[in-house]
Design a protein around this ligand. Structure first.
Ligand code: TPP
Ligand code: DXP
Ligand code: MG
Length: 589
């Protein structure tokens, strides 16, 4: 451990030091972050980019009394290390370890739980108004928000409100000109011009009644400290524009900012990524989507692709590279992405709107009001559906089956494997009478020979994967491969049938009648919440048709699931291979 940092356990220790010590602390903090993330993995680039800003904030402001809110929070590793968690930081994102994002129940310095972008200004404003009502006029309220996150509608809503409140709020724009992928849109152009000094129009932040300062070099810790100290004296809404470099301090991270947003393991000295041999592994579901939409779009000119700021994560980047005129990164704007797709669909285009399951929660009304109510054939591709692992509770895509199932007109499909994903994408672009949501998990599928010729899928049909005599397991989506493995590995397989139901809506009712009439015991299996999800749909079917079969519901229980590996979390939720094996043995006993 480096000398200065080893003596810092909280901002109280930091504030005892002289300003002249701060550059050395920045260097040591940067090394500490690189050292841990190189082996423990996580979000690297964003945290390296705000090392000086983080130190300056805790040095100038009296945290935790002064309230600091990080937008998204993926850049808060330095914040966590400086706020009493240095000694446990190696547990970051690990099961029973600290979260990868600020969390209120983890530390009083984590004033607001984050993970989804563009919430910080609203939260900080809420705190500022509370302080005013409580006659506390000394407390500072600071939101640190990135250039991609501030472009999201919710951030603008907050700025619009904050500008007419006489509150002590400081919005700090951390402008590194990139999100996970390069930032997009007119705001990006505006900020670029501001930085170049060629911006002619009025300053939009001043137009919203903020006292604007900057842009300043966010890596010049003395300049940042001085400006923050000046801003402490300004009691009305204020806006500080800092310019940083994502990945600052590690050359590879600066040169490959997209990759080093979350690089996996790397050599902490050379910065080189730890090589992974993926040649004999099945593809990632996202790549099956990415390659397949290009294949389909080349044949069908009506196909367009949309992603809200996740070209790399969704793999829509392949279409953006090959057919840029029909592939759109709209920035962090899920609501806009959905209604943009709806507008396109009214004109006969076939929009594939790719949104992470958890992020689609932000566009729920748009799905109902702009797509389903008008019965527009938008094709939602919900990546990261199910438990996603180390990102934890803010990112698990476990609610989509429940929150979508109640919407009329919407078809809901979950592919068992890569071939099913390709076939439903092919089927959807042939032309559907309704919108469809296709949900698939983070990570890899199971098929090496996934690139098979397309086959049309009959809407509303399930498949029997294996016949059996005593128990029927009804699985939905890729979690069904766990059950396939169980039945291949155990001796009781003749007693257990498995059905890949494929559709949560519409259910394959003829098949369900056959199953409920043949088997006394039914097991439902989903990588999603049981309450309101696939299991609930089956339960409703049974009740509606007066079936009294025993039904075991396997899925995510009614609580938020923290971070860990997907295997650890599947086991904790009782949907791992071993858990399913034990359940079947207990039923058959
Ligand atoms: C609502 C929502 N959509 C998408 C994401 C995924 N995401 C995480 S970080 C990020 C980019 C953030 O860029 P920026 O705000 O500029 O911060 P930086 O990483 O540059 O510090 C995105 C799109 C998210 N966390 N929340
Ligand atoms: C911080 C954030 O929201 C994104 O970086 C998210 O963690 C990406 O998830 P994937 O790694 O599954 O693409
Ligand atoms: Mg950015």
């Amino acid at each position: 451990m480096n000398k200065l940092l080893s003596d810092i356990n909280s901002p109280i220790d930091l504030r005892k030091l002289s300003k002249e010590d701060l550059p050395k602390i920045a260097q040591e903090l940067r090394e500490f972050i690189i050292d841990i993330v190189a082996t423990k993995e996580g979000h690297l680039g964003a945290s390296l980019g705000v090392v000086e800003l983080t130190i300056a904030l805790h040095y100038v402001f009296n945290t935790p009394k002064d309230l600091l809110v990080w937008d998204v929070g993926h850049q808060a590793y330095g914040h966590k290390i400086l706020t009493e968690r240095k000694d446990v930081f190696h547990t970051n994102r690990r099961r029973n370890g600290i979260s990868g994002f600020p969390k209120r129940d983890e530390s009083e310095y984590d004033t607001f739980g984050v993970g989804h972008s563009s919430t910080a200004i609203s939260a900080a404003l809420g705190m500022a108004i509370a302080s005013k009502l409580q006659k506390n006029f000394t407390k500072q309220h600071i939101a640190v928000v990135g250039d991609a996150s501030i472009a999201s509608g919710m951030a603008f809503e907050a700025m619009n409100h904050a500008g007419v409140t006489d509150t002590n709020i400081l919005v700090i724009l951390n402008d590194n000109a990139i999100g996970i992928d390069p930032s997009v849109g007119a705001l990006k152009m505006y900020l670029t011009n501001v930085k170049k000094g060629t911006q002619k129009q009025d300053n939009i932040f001043e137009a919203l009644n903020f006292e604007y300062s900057g842009p300043i070099d966010g890596h010049d810790i003395f300049a940042v400290v001085a400006e923050l100290e000046r801003l402490k004296t300004v009691k009305s809404p204020k806006f500080l524009h800092v310019i940083t470099t994502k990945g600052k301090g590690l050359k590879q991270a600066e040169d490959n900012q997209v990759t080093y947003h979350a690089p996996g393991k790397f050599d902490k000295v050379t910065g080189e990524l730890t090589p992974k041999d993926t040649t004999h592994l099945p593809p990632k579901f996202q790549d099956v989507f990415g390659y397949t939409i290009v294949e389909l779009a080349k044949e069908n000119e009506k196909i367009v692709g949309i992603t809200p700021a996740m070209p790399t994560g969704s793999s829509l980047k392949y279409m953006m590279e090959e057919i840029p005129e029909r592939a759109f990164d709209v920035g962090i704007a899920e609501q806009h992405a959905v209604t943009l797709a709806a507008g396109m669909a009214t004109q006969g285009l076939i929009p594939f709107c790719n949104v992470y399951s958890t992020f689609l929660q932000r566009a729920y009304d748009q799905v109902i009001h702009d797509v389903a109510l008008q019965n527009l054939p938008v094709i939602f591709c919900l990546d990261r559906a199910g438990l996603v692992g180390e990102d934890g509770a803010t990112h698990h895509g476990v609610f989509d089956l429940a929150y979508l199932r109640c919407i009329p007109n919407l078809i809901i499909f979950a592919p068992l494997d890569e071939v099913a994903l390709r076939n439903i994408m092919y089927t959807a672009q042939l032309g559907l009478k309704h919108p469809i949501a296709i949900r698939y998990p983070r990570g890899r599928g199971v098929l090496l020979d996934w690139k098979q010729p397309f086959q049309k899928i009959e809407i509303g049909k399930g498949n029997c994967i294996q016949e059996g005599t005593e128990i029927a397991v009804l699985s939905i989506g890729a979690i069904g491969t766990i059950m396939i493995d169980v039945l291949q590995e155990t001796t009781f397989s003749t007693k257990v049938a498995q059905y890949d139901m494929q559709f949560v809506k519409p259910l394959d009712e003829p098949l369900l009648h056959e199953i409920f009439e043949k088997f006394d015991t039914i097991v439902t299996l989903e990588d999603g919440v049981i309450k309101g999800g696939f299991g609930s749909a089956i339960s409703e079917f049974a009740s509606q048709h007066n079936y009294s079969n025993r039904i075991h519901f396997c899925g995510i229980p009614d609580r938020f699931i923290e971070h860990g590996t997907v295997e650890e979390l599947h086991s904790a939720c009782g949907i791992s291979k071993n858990a399913m094996k034990e359940l079947l043995i207990s039923i058959l006993r």
